[in-house]
Design a protein around this ligand. Structure first.
Ligand SMILES: [Cu+2]
Length: 470
């Protein structure tokens, strides 16, 4: 077998977070106050208040302990989260590029995954020469907003917090002393923290009627194949963020994990399904060519009858009506509480999240969308492929690409790295992970060195095998 091709059978190195649970309880030691001096305000009302004895506002500065030294000695598991704020140019659909702002040269920023009760030690560094300062507001923390103040180029800052609540939480740049926050976030400075429940996830129950029409309940183990989907918009004029378009809610693109239509077919799918790399098998395939490298579109592969868990965040400025065409969302969880079961669509406002658990019963292609037509047409659509809907197993086996039939195409092509979160308490490992995402070339080549599959190198090998005369 071709050497490069054997890479397909290596399970990608996905970092496994230690599941060390905490042993001690935290103490609330940092309640202090801030007084507001109103004596200098020259207003009649202020005079009256002063004559009454004055007015003092007391604002708690912190809900919980935030001192990294104290938390490091607390006996809890400490997870480091290192971010670098950097402005880079990244591609958009149509061969153009835009002036992006990123955490670590990628959009979205890296996904943090911890267990409820862990201590997060966040360090934000801004390189010398970066055009602007940046901050980081982590919604998983419950600390004073003062901690999120911006960091100047050439400097770094650190804060620590206990991830007390389970769920999905946005993090985002807080601008320069809060100014320009919209520009920084909507240019790419966002990501998520997944906080797994201390006792893990629960089983999934799916109600079905059996062949006789009787109601029965199918239970799936808590372990699931997991994906992250982050929705956002771009508001661009000549490749730059345009605040006036944001104020008018006139976005120029809808993105999922940073890209428009990033999870649509590429030329390998055209070849496998249509027998021809140039014959598209889906309506939109804007990133299908090998020259797109890490930006080449990739599909999301799942098995049938497999528990799938989606971590979804609305990072943007418009509502997300999350829907999967041809599927029902078997369970919707927010903040570790079940919100709905067997629902068709679930609404996420800005900066809101959910966990969707579901099972794809039948082989097929299923479109995930923001069920707002403007969002769909501007890029808010991707495809799940469940099982072997194109009956490719016989061909793949016959050509020697796989030794035996597989339950999903992930065993052959892998799943896109930007949709695969780090492993958590109840994660099923993806069979393979390929390099896909709004990454700089530096990030992509670092991933390649770490064993992720460069699909743009593998596809020609697959194509050669498939098209060779037998
Ligand atoms: Cu920023």
């Amino acid at each position: 077998m071709n050497k490069r091709f054997t890479m397909l059978f290596t399970v990608a190195a996905v970092a496994v977070m230690g599941a060390t649970l905490f042993g001690s309880t935290y103490t609330q030691t940092q309640i202090s106050g801030q007084s507001l001096d109103m004596s200098s305000m020259d207003m009649d009302m202020m005079d009256k208040i002063r004559n009454m004895g004055g007015l003092q506002l007391v604002m708690p500065q912190a809900f919980a302990e935030t001192d990294c030294g104290v938390l490091a000695d607390s006996g809890r598991n400490v997870v480091e989260f290192n971010l670098t704020g950097e402005s880079v140019s990244l591609p958009i659909m149509g061969g153009e590029s835009y002036n992006a702002m990123t955490f670590n040269g990628q959009v979205p920023g890296p996904t943090l995954r911890v267990t409820q009760g862990d201590v997060v030690q966040m360090t934000l560094s801004i390189p010398d020469g970066e055009v602007t300062g940046h901050g980081n507001d982590m919604h998983a923390s419950q600390i004073s907003a003062l901690a999120f103040d911006s960091v100047n180029p050439g400097e770094s800052t650190q804060f620590c917090y206990i991830a007390e609540s389970a769920g999905v939480f946005k993090y985002h740049c807080s601008g320069v002393h809060l100014a320009g926050m919209d520009a920084h976030v909507l240019s790419g400075m966002y990501g998520i923290a997944i906080v797994d429940p201390a006792n893990g996830y629960k089983k999934l129950m799916v109600e079905k009627t059996s062949g006789s029409g009787e109601l029965d309940r199918v239970f799936y183990d808590a372990d699931a194949l997991e994906f992250t989907l982050q929705f956002n918009q771009l508001y661009l004029t000549d490749g730059n963020y345009d605040m006036s378009k944001m104020m008018a809610h006139q976005n120029t693109a809808t993105v999922i994990n940073g890209m428009q239509f990033g999870y649509t077919p590429n030329i390998a799918h055209n070849l496998l399904v249509k027998g021809d790399v140039d014959t598209n098998f889906f309506l939109v395939q804007p990133w299908k060519g090998l020259e797109h490298k890490q930006y080449q579109s990739q599909l999301l592969y799942v098995e049938n009858d497999q528990h799938v868990r989606l971590f979804i965040e609305n990072q943007g400025n418009e509502p997300v009506f999350f829907h999967i065409v041809g599927e029902i969302l078997d369970k919707v969880t927010q903040g570790n509480r079940v919100q709905s079961a067997a629902t068709e669509t679930w609404l996420l406002g800005g900066s809101q999240n959910m966990i969707v658990d579901l099972v794809f019963d039948e082989p097929g292609v299923y479109a995930l969308v923001n069920h707002d037509y403007a969002a769909i047409y501007s890029g808010g659509l991707g495809l799940f492929v469940a099982g072997d809907p194109f009956n490719l197993n016989p061909t793949l086996v016959e050509k020697g690409i796989i030794p035996e039939p597989v339950a999903s195409y992930a065993y052959v092509l892998g799943n896109p790295s930007d949709a695969v979160p780090p492993m958590g308490l109840n994660s099923i490992a993806h069979p393979a992970v390929n390099i896909h995402g709004l990454y700089t070339d530096e990030v992509a080549s670092e991933m390649q060195e770490n064993g992720f599959i460069p699909l743009w190198e593998v596809i020609p090998v697959v194509a050669e095998i498939l098209t060779a005369e037998s």
